[in-house]
Design a protein around this ligand. Structure first.
Ligand code: ATP
Ligand code: MG
Length: 407
């Protein structure tokens, strides 16, 4: 039998954990500072939640969900977490506190996609969601938070792209314009785009198919469409967002062709792209979703948020060395060694001893690999009640009592 991890999944091995902990800790510090509270929702939810929440014209719902039946109920491994957070927000009446309600999360997501660099079937996202504020200051707040988080991770070579998709009124005319520009070569586009044409033409702009992208250029698609003409309200919201971003000194690029893969976005959308990731270059995607809470059964509630791909972030962060333990006890008296180890741990140090009582030279070899210091506990040390501590970097040795050591 030769069982491997399922295609598109990855083991996160001990030597990679320092990076993951660094990312998680930085997330917690950054978000809690801005009074975002962590929320953990189930990894699977009712399939309905995603069908209604993410939208049944999206790739995610149409092709990428891991769904299964249990007791005649259809359940789905979450492909994203906004719908789950909204569900919890409604289920526990979290909207009762005066707005805004601000949440952040970290966890695995599941999408049945073609695995490739930067694209897995089980991957992790960190995200924030903010409910209850219509003003563009909320959009600016979450974008600022994303930028701050990335900065704290040491990531600088990134571009923030923003756009406004307006409301359904603004989009209506744009959709027609887009359809008109696309129809001359519609039959050459991929199957997905053909079905998007009627159901959600905007998302044709987000197609990842190479041939489609070639056709867009060949037919000068982008010069034939002007971008969404925003109504007064959407337009002033967008202008206000830019005002805030400018005031916060956040650099951004306006990309009138930026659309997002999910159905729920209104007004602001944004992406943060790395200049060092190749074709899977988006590390963060988000936007405003004023209609989602209502769609999922709540009262109309403005909301804005984003999600980042943790694997893609990690690919940009150099490998952080795994921390060594404080002490390795070298001894041929295992009883004394285990007692000392336990005492060290009780005093707050990380410590281990050699379980096999092999030759000291061998034990020291092992110690040098995994610990900063070795404590040699030989016959003389035991009989005379002291310890020999060897600094494994400098090889310096000192004789010291246990009490002195722990101080
Ligand atoms: P992409 O355009 O790369 O498919 P997306 O628009 O589907 O991304 P979102 O649903 O907005 O992505 O998710 C936010 C972030 O999650 C992405 O920017 C990316 O960093 C990460 N992400 C999405 N899908 C995957 C995946 N299959 N594997 C790894 N990371 C992913
Ligand atoms: Mg995708």
């Amino acid at each position: 039998m030769n069982i491997k991890a399922p295609k598109g999944t990855k083991d996160i091995l001990p030597n990679e954990m320092a990076n993951w902990h660094f990312i998680e800790k930085t997330a917690e510090e950054t978000f809690e500072k801005a009074n975002f509270k962590e929320i953990r929702t189930p990894i699977f939810e009712d399939t309905n939640l995603f069908e209604r929440g993410v939208g049944d014209t999206t790739d995610i719902v149409n092709k990428e969900m891991y769904s299964f039946e249990k007791s005649e109920r259809s359940l789905t491994l979450r492909p994203e977490n906004t719908a789950g957070v909204v569900r919890a927000y409604l289920e526990h009446n979290l909207y009762r506190e005066s707005p805004p309600s601000k949440f952040w999360y970290f966890g695995p997501m599941f999408r049945y996609e073609r695995p490739q660099a930067g694209r897995q079937r089980q991957f992790h996202q960190i995200g924030v969601e903010m409910f209850g504020i219509q003003d563009a200051s909320a959009d600016a707040e979450v974008i600022m938070l994303a930028v701050e988080f990335l900065k704290r991770l040491g990531l600088n070579d990134l571009t923030v792209e923003i756009n406004s998709l307006g409301c359904s009124v603004c989009r209506k005319e744009y959709k027609e314009q887009l359809k008109k520009a696309i129809s001359p070569f519609l039959n050459q586009l991929c199957e997905d785009c053909q079905s998007r044409f009627e159901k959600n033409p905007l998302r044709i702009l987000d197609c990842k198919n190479e041939n489609c992208n070639k056709l867009f250029e060949e037919y000068n698609l982008k010069s034939k469409i002007s971008g969404i003409k925003l109504c007064d309200e959407c337009s002033s919201h967008y202008e206000k967002l830019k005002l805030y971003l400018n005031a916060l000194n956040i650099k951004y690029v306006e990309n009138t062709f930026l659309v997002r893969g999910l159905d729920y976005y209104t007004k602001t959308v944004f992406e943060i792209k790395s200049n060092n990731l190749g074709s899977q270059n988006a590390v963060c995607g988000g936007g405003r979703y004023d209609g989602l809470v209502e769609t999922l059964g709540g009262v109309h509630t403005p909301a804005v948020g984003w999600a980042m791909g943790v694997e893609r972030l990690n690919a940009l962060i150099p490998l952080i060395e795994t921390k060594k333990i404080d002490y390795f006890v070298v001894s041929d008296n295992q009883l004394e060694a285990v007692k000392l180890t336990e005492k060290l741990r009780n005093k707050g140090f990380s410590a281990e001893f050699d379980y096999t009582s092999r030759k000291f030279a061998k034990q020291l070899e092992k110690a040098a690999k995994i610990a900063y210091k070795a404590i040699i506990l030989g016959e003389d040390e035991i009989n005379n009640g002291y310890l020999t501590v060897k600094d494994l970097q400098t090889s310096e040795q000192t004789k010291i009592s246990f009490d002195k050591l722990i101080n």
